[in-house]
Design a protein around this ligand. Structure first.
Ligand code: NZQ
Ligand code: ZN
Length: 394
C-alpha cells in the first residue's frame, strides 16, 4: 500500500430533521452574519429555505439571501455573491442545495478571503490562501462536494468549466437529511447516482493501486450500494433507507476514502471528468449524464492497452470469470447496461447534443488546456486521443 493523506474535516450531521440544527451549528462555528445561497426554485418550493431561516433566527443570527445558482454554476453569480457579502459584512456562507450551489459558495468564500480575481483559482494562475467558513444543507446525493476539496465553476466567457482543488474549500459541516432528496426529478436522482459511481471509478483506474485490498473492497461496496439503491428509488421514489444509502455513498465516494493507498496526491485517472467538464462548459449538460455519455468510449479506448483494472473490477463487482481482455469488455458492457437501466445516456447524442468535427476539435483542444496538459493518469490522453474518444462517443 502506498503512503497517503486522508483529510476529512467536515462535520456530518445526518438524518431526519437534521436541517433544524442549522442555526445552532453555524453559531457553533462562529458565524454571525450569514449568506444563504441557493438555486432556482426547489429550496423555496419545498419549504426548506423557510425552515433554515427560522433555525438561524432562533440562534440569533442575521442573514442575507442570494438565490439563482444554476446547474454548472456561473462565474457571474460568484462575482455577484462576493460583492454582496463584502457589502453586507458576511462572515459565514451557507449553501442550500446540490453540488452547483455548494461550489458557488466555495468560490465566493475564496473570493472574499483572497484579493484579486477569483477566476485565477480556476484557471490555475494561482492557489487560494484561505477561505471564509462555509457549510451546506445538502438536497441531492451526487457530487460529494459536501465533503470534497473541489469546486467547479463555469466562466461564461469562453464557455470554460474549470475546477479548483483546495483544502480551504472543505466545509465546516454538512447537513444531510435524505428526505430532502425525495422532491428531486428522477433524471436528477439517476444523474447523481451515476456521478457517485464515477467518483469511485475515477479513483479505481489507478496504475499505482497495486495493493490496497481494503480500499478496493470499500470501492466495490460503494458502487454496489449505489447500483442497488438507485434501482429501489426508481421503483419507490420516497424510500428513506435507499435515499440514505445513496446520500452517504455520495459523500464517501468523493471525500478521498476510495483513493487511500493509491497513487499519491489526488490519485486516480479523472480523464472522464475532464472530458465531461468540456461538454458541460460548451453545452450545459447535467454532469452525471455527461459522464455516462463518454465513459464507455473512454473505457474502450484505454482498456485495449491496459485492461487489468477493468478485469479486476469485473471480477470483484460482477463476479466475471474470464481472461483479462474478455473480462474488461464485459465490465464495460455491464456498466453501460446499468446506465441504460437508470435512463442515462451512453453516448453524446443521448444528451441531445449532435457534435460536429469542429466541435470535437474544440472540445479536445480546451480539455488539453490549450495544448499544455494531458488529462488522465491510468492512460494520459493527448489531443488526438481525446478527439478519438469524443468521436467514438458521438
Ligand atoms: O436550482 P434548483 O431549483 O434547486 O434545482 C436543482 C437543479 O436544477 C435541482 N435540485 C436540487 N435539489 C433538489 C432539486 N430539485 C428538487 N428537489 C431537490 N431536493 O437539481 C438540479 C441539479 O442541481 P445541481 O446542484 O446542479 O446538481 P449536482 O449536485 O449534480 O451538481 C452538479 C455540479 O457539481 C459539479 C458538477 O460539475 C456540476 O457543476 N461537481 C462538483 C464536484 C465537487 N465540488 O466536488 C465534483 C463533481 O465531480 C462535479 O464536477
Ligand atoms: Zn463528478
Amino acid at each position: 500500500m502506498n503512503n497517503f493523506y486522508y483529510y476529512t474535516p467536515t462535520k456530518v450531521v445526518f438524518g431526519k430533521n437534521s436541517e433544524l440544527e442549522t442555526g445552532r451549528l453555524v453559531a457553533g462555528f462562529g458565524g454571525k452574519r450569514v449568506l444563504l445561497h441557493f438555486g432556482g426554485a426547489s429550496a423555496k418550493k419545498s419549504g426548506l429555505l423557510d425552515k433554515v431561516c427560522a433555525s438561524l433566527k432562533e440562534a440569533g443570527l442575521s442573514f442575507v439571501e442570494l438565490g439563482g445558482v444554476v446547474p454548472n454554476p456561473r462565474l457571474s453569480k460568484v462575482r455577484e455573491g462576493i460583492a454582496l457579502c463584502e457589502k453586507e459584512g458576511v462572515d459565514f456562507i451557507l449553501a442550500i442545495g446540490g453540488g452547483s450551489v455548494i461550489d458557488s459558495a466555495k468560490a465566493i468564500g475564496f473570493g472574499l478571503f483572497n484579493k484579486g480575481d477569483v477566476w485565477d483559482f480556476y484557471s490555475k494562475k494561482r492557489e487560494p490562501k484561505g477561505s471564509i467558513p462555509a457549510a451546506c444543507v445538502l438536497t441531492i446525493a451526487a457530487t460529494g462536494s459536501e465533503m470534497s476539496d473541489s469546486s467547479v465553476i463555469t466562466n461564461e466567457e469562453g464557455a470554460l468549466k474549470r475546477g479548483c482543488n483546495s483544502d480551504y474549500s472543505r466545509l465546516k459541516f454538512a447537513i444531510m437529511n435524505p428526505e430532502l432528496t425525495f422532491t428531486l426529478p428522477w433524471f436528477q436522482k439517476a444523474s447523481g447516482a451515476a456521478d457517485i459511481i464515477m467518483h469511485t471509478l475515477e479513483r479505481w483506474f489507478d496504475n499505482e493501486r497495486k495493493s490496497s485490498e481494503l480500499t478496493d473492497a470499500i470501492s466495490v461496496s460503494v458502487i454496489k450500494t449505489v447500483m442497488q439503491n438507485i434501482i429501489k428509488i426508481k421503483k419507490e421514489p420516497s424510500n428513506y433507507d435507499a435515499a440514505a444509502e445513496l446520500m452517504w455513498a455520495g459523500s464517501l465516494s468523493h471525500n478521498g476514502l476510495t483513493n487511500c493507498g493509491g497513487s499519491p496526491g489526488r490519485g486516480g485517472d479523472w480523464a472522464c471528468h475532464q472530458l465531461e467538464h468540456e461538454l458541460g462548459g460548451m453545452f450545459d449538460v447535467a454532469h452525471g449524464a455527461g459522464l455516462c455519455a463518454v465513459w464507455g468510449s473512454w473505457a474502450r479506448f484505454v482498456s485495449k492497452e491496459n485492461p487489468w483494472r477493468f478485469a479486476a473490477l469485473a471480477r470483484e463487482l460482477f463476479s466475471v470469470n474470464a481472461n483479462e481482455a474478455e473480462a474488461a469488455k464485459l465490465c464495460i458492457e455491464k456498466f453501460e447496461a446499468f446506465f441504460v437501466s437508470i435512463d442515462m445516456p451512453v453516448n453524446i447524442s443521448g444528451l441531445g447534443v449532435s457534435l460536429s468535427k469542429e466541435q470535437i476539435k474544440e472540445l479536445a483542444w480546451k480539455c488539453s488546456f490549450f495544448g499544455t496538459r494531458k488529462p488522465g493518469a491510468y492512460r494520459p490522453l493527448d489531443i488526438a486521443d481525446m478527439e478519438t474518444i469524443f468521436s467514438m462517443a458521438k
